[in-house]
Each structure stands twice: as structure tokens, then as C-alpha cells.
Design a protein around this ligand. Sequence first.
Ligand code: F0G
Length: 457
Amino acid sequence: MEFKTIIEPFKIHSVAPIAMTTETQREGYIKSVGYNLFSLHSDDVLVDLLTDSGTGAMSRNQWAAIQHGDESYAGSPSWLIFQAAVHNLFPFEHVIPTHQGRAAEKILFTAIGGPGKVIPSNTHFDTTRANIEYSKAEAVDLVIAEGRDPSSLHPFKGNMDVIALEAFISATGVENIPVVMMTITNNSGGGQPVSLENLKAVSAICKKYGIPFFLDACRFAENAWFIREREAGQSERDVSDIVREIASLADGMTMSAKKDPLGNIGGWLAMNDDALASICRNLLILTEGFPTYGGLAGRDLEALAVGLTEVVSHDYLKYRIRSTAYLGNALSDMGIPVVLPIGGHAVYIDAKAFLPHIPALEYPGQSLAIELYKVGGVRGCEIGTVMFGRKPDGSEVPAAMELVRLAIPRRTYTQSHIDYVIEVCAEVANRASKFRSYKIVKEPAALRHFTAEFAPL
Ligand code: F0G
């Protein structure tokens, strides 16, 4: 007998307190930080859905592995344990450990980016785009049209538009494209998965033109679970097996181990190309550390090695994907517009549809995120014009979508926390027509969403 309720496949082993606050207190807190949710003290947040990055709970086996960590500068056994765990899923020739995903990106694009280069992806995550642009190369998003439509029910809305990719390659010239990237799952596009079929098609195009194909694989296990659930002929396969097949299609990868590898910190860069690996290792030594620990302590490498075995558990992934859908479907059922189908790590509220009275350049997503915090102490993240609107030439353009992401940390909140979030969203929906527009009063040159300050109009 299968019961309706899927219980968390773990029990709580250690707890962290949540301090209760009132709406009046929260109004003061958010105003005092210029209405930027990144600037809040996290003690003043009740349910923190800002990100699923590094915010998950480690297992007792991971904490035990931390104790086993060996901090030798070179050739630590912890490095070998980590490397073996990465190779078990991603058998790339060279594994280069970094302190997080963007450090891997910085090294990769320092090596292969630069003026005149253009790098396509389904959708580049913001740090990926920023690192490409910092190298003076250009980042281009070629996700399928359904991936830009919040209400389309396509099962693999993270897919690359392969016709557009081939046209892009002919127009740009193979010599100007150092790599084709694919973000799995597609975070900026709603946490939507990429199908195995699409990965194969992109891999084949890259082979045909002799262009390296790299994965941005932060949420590889969630993506593989969607493939198992949704793609024809995949339902009997082990997730690890699907992951290995995905890896076999690519020439390398960047990874933020703060997501599916279930770490609080970590990342890596991996590839088969010996010459490129040698350049990247030298850059690693310059900014991260020696190649057998990179940006990490031996204990972190060991915690990640254990996390990589836990994240591909079918019990875990079934719970993970169903619990994200539990929140998303509840919001959708009460008429709140969300990106459908519900993605893997987060629920994305469509702020453009939710707050039609606020124009894109008055930041509907920011307005909604502020209200979720004020009303219920729930911290989400704007993924819209605040995040993407400022172009390298200084102009401001509305983003393709105005979303508020409620990202769910792994193994951290229980169903009652999520039931509370659902109640908060219901109250926010009651008040939505009164929400205000915002203007930006202060912003940095790049990645403005982290530190910009706002004022209500
Ligand atoms: N690629 C993707 C798809 C990501 O989601 C992230 C981080 C990175 C790369 C960079 O990794 O943070 O370890 O340097 N995403 C976080 C988020 C920050 O909230 O979605 P990092």
C-alpha cells in the first residue's frame, strides 16, 4: 500500500532554533536594510528560502566523515576519497576541487573566455554569466521557447533549442565558441530539467563541430530523477546510472557542491582535456590552493564524498522532488501563478502575473519578496529585472520573466514549515493588489541584486 503522505526519509538529529518575530518588527528590519533581503540578519528570518545553496542539513555520516578528514597539504587520503566519489558518478580524467561553483567558473573562463568569445547555454546562471562577461566574452541563452513561458507544461523546459544552437554556431563561427554549456537543472529558468535526449542532441552537435561540451551540474541528481520519472524508457534505471550516462555525453563540468552533493561548501571543475586541465590547475594554485585540496579543507572533501552517495538515493530524491511539488501545487491550487511544472529545488512565483499593476522596471518580484518577508518572515529571492536587468553597457532592460524563487534547502524544513509558508502565501495573495512599486536608490557595477538598496515609490 502506498500512502499519500511521503514522510521525510530521515529523523532530526540536531536542531537549530528559529526566533519568532512579529510583522511590525519585520517591517522595521527590512526597511533598515534598504529593502534588500540579502542584507537581513538571518536570525530575523523564520523560514529561509533564499537559496538551496549550502543551506542543507548534513547527515550523521557526513558529520562522521568530517571527523575523518585529513588536513595534509598535499596528497591527503581525504582527497583520494573525494576524487573516487566524484569519479563514481562523473568519470572525467581531471578533477580540480574549488571552494564553490563560481571559483570553478572563474578558472574555466579565465582559461577559455576572453574578448571575441561567445558561450551559449540553455540559460547561464548569474555567476556563470558574470564570470564569462568579466573575461570580456559574451554569454548567450538558447533555452527552448517553452522554457521562457511560465505556464507551459513541457516536461523538460530546461532543454536547449538545438535548431537555434546550430544556427548560432554557423553565425558565430566555431573558432569563437570555446565551449557549449548546459545547466542541469536550469536554475534561472525555474529549476526545470533537461532531457537525456536533449543532452544527447547537444552533445552530438558539439562533436560534429568539434566544440567542447561542459555541464553546469549543480543539481544533477534532481535532473536525473526527472529523467527517470518523465522520459520514455528511463523509469527502471538507477539514478546513478543516468548520471553516468549524462557525464559520458560531456567533455567536462563545473560544479557547486553546495547543492546536490549535500555540502555546506565546495565545488569542482572537471574535464578530459589534459592541456586545459594543466592551465586550470595552475590557475587553481594561484587563487584556490594545491590541486589535492583546492579551496577546501580535507574534512569538507570527505563530507562531500558521503553526500554524493546519499543524494542519488531514490528514497531521498522521491521525497525531495515530491516535497517541492507539495509547496508548488498548493500555491497553484489557490490561484497563485507559479512556474509549471514545479521544478526540483524551488518554487518560482510569477510576479508579473501576480502583481500586474507593477511594471517590470518598478520591480514586481522585489515587491513580492519584500511582502513575503514582512507578512510571514519567509525569505525568497527575486529572479527578474533586479537580478538581470542591468546590461554591461549600462542600460536597463526588463528580464524575460519576473520570478520570486522559494528555494528549499535540502533535508532542513519539515512539512509543517512548508504548511506555514503556504498560509503566508495565501495571506500575501489577499493583499497583493495593494503592494507597492520600488525604485533602486543605490547599486554596484555588477551583480546588483546582492547589495542594491531600494525605496518604495
Ligand atoms: N551554477 C548554478 C546553476 C547555480 O545555481 C549556482 C549557484 C552556481 C552555478 C554557482 O555556484 O554558489 O557555489 O558559487 N546558485 C546559488 C543559488 C547561489 O542560490 O541558486 P556557487
